[in-house]
Design a protein around this ligand. Sequence first.
Ligand code: MG
Length: 218
Amino acid sequence: MYNLRVTGTEKVFQVGKVVCLGRNYSEHIRELGNEVPDRPVIFIKPATSIIGQSEKIVIPSYSRDCHHEVELAVLIGKTGKNISEDQAMEHVAGYGVAIDLTLRDVQSELKAKGLPWEVAKGFDTSCPLSGFVASDQVGNPHDLGIRLAVNGELRQDSTTACMMRRIPQMIREISAVFTLEEGDIILTGTPAGVGAIKSGDRLSAQIDGVGTLEVSVE
Ligand code: MG
């Protein structure tokens, strides 16, 4: 179970599920040699995958290639199903910084066989999250600088303006499949520059106007 609060508020959100969008930035699609999807690529990380600020990532022993993917995290504040794009933003309580850790070697093997990705994406510690800020404190969530550095070296440096699917569209499409409950989180995809991390590395992720997230690898 993972509980979080929006900075400056008292309400506690219990995270139920983390719904993630794949292939949402075109330069990242290109760097992995994937095709631009016409339908959204959606997968789920269980709440047990979440760690907080300053906690440690534990790379599972069955992988030799764990990648960082910095992503804007959207906190759902109001439960809904079949949410329209017009109403979507009313369901957003806040924003945070997330890292979608991915066992790229394991994922590639699963992809090639047409198998599900959870083993590569949903392992314990695979979802570091920052604190959250209220949505009304963030100007335009589709125009935020987003960066990730490993041991002080900048690896990912982009803007959420490059997201192909915007938040209202994601919420409409996701909520047509899964009821989005209060406390659920959406990860909105990663820009280019993903790469491997190893034991001892320090990761520092940042989204302008949202916050920073610092974690390290055990
Ligand atoms: Mg991702």
